[in-house]
Design a protein around this ligand. Structure first.
Ligand SMILES: [Zn+2]
Ligand SMILES: [Zn+2]
Length: 172
C-alpha cells in the first residue's frame, strides 16, 4: 500500500514517488492488463485543500476496438489533481458527470492512496476506442479473420450488403 498522509503537506510541500499496481477494477473490456506504474510528484497545501502535481508512467495492454487484438500503450501522463475535503463537495444535484470532474478528488480522511489515483488516471488516459494503429484494418465482417494478418479467403464483395454491417461494427 502506498498511502500518503496529506497533513504532512500542511507545513511544507510533500514530495512522493512510488511504484504501484492499480486495483483489478482498472481493467475493463478495453484495458486488458496494467503493469506496475511509476507515480511521483508533489502535494502542496492550498487555501481550500491540496494540489497534487506530478507524473504517471507505465505500460498498459489494451484491446483494439477494431481488430480486438491486444497491444501495449506506453503512458506518460502529467498529473494535476485538486484534493478537497468532502465537506467542500457539491451537493448531489450539482454534480455533473464529466471527465474533467475527475481532476478534483474529494477526500473523507486526509489520506491518499497512490494506487487508486494511478488507476483512475489510467482510465482517463485510455482512449474511448483504442486502436492498435491508425491503419488497423479490423476484422472481416464475414469470416472474422483479422485483416491485419492479410486478406482472407472471402470472395471480394461485389454487393454492398455488408457495408452497413462493417460500418456498424466500426462504430461499436
Ligand atoms: Zn487493431
Ligand atoms: Zn473473410
Amino acid at each position: 500500500m502506498h498511502l500518503i498522509d496529506l497533513t504532512c503537506a500542511d507545513t511544507q510541500p510533500l514530495e512522493f514517488s512510488g511504484r504501484v499496481r492499480p486495483a483489478s477494477e482498472t481493467c475493463s473490456d478495453d484495458v486488458v492488463r496494467v503493469g506496475e506504474l511509476l507515480i511521483g510528484g508533489v502535494v502542496e497545501r492550498t487555501s481550500r485543500g491540496y494540489q497534487l502535481s506530478g507524473r504517471l508512467e507505465g505500460e498498459v495492454v489494451l484491446r483494439c476496438a477494431r481488430c480486438l487484438g491486444e497491444f501495449s500503450l506506453r503512458l506518460a501522463e502529467p498529473l494535476g489533481i485538486e484534493l478537497l475535503p468532502l465537506s467542500a463537495a457539491p451537493r448531489e444535484d450539482e454534480i455533473r458527470l464529466g471527465r474533467e470532474e475527475l481532476e478534483v478528488l474529494f477526500f473523507e480522511s486526509p489520506t491518499l492512496d497512490l494506487a487508486a489515483i494511478a488507476g483512475e488516471q489510467v482510465q482517463l488516459a485510455v482512449p474511448m476506442k483504442p486502436l492498435c494503429g491508425d491503419g488497423c484494418k479490423g476484422l472481416c465482417a464475414r469470416c472474422g479473420k483479422s485483416l491485419n494478418e492479410g486478406a482472407c479467403e472471402c470472395v471480394p464483395q461485389t454487393d454492398d450488403r455488408w457495408a452497413p454491417l462493417s460500418q456498424w461494427r466500426d462504430n461499436q
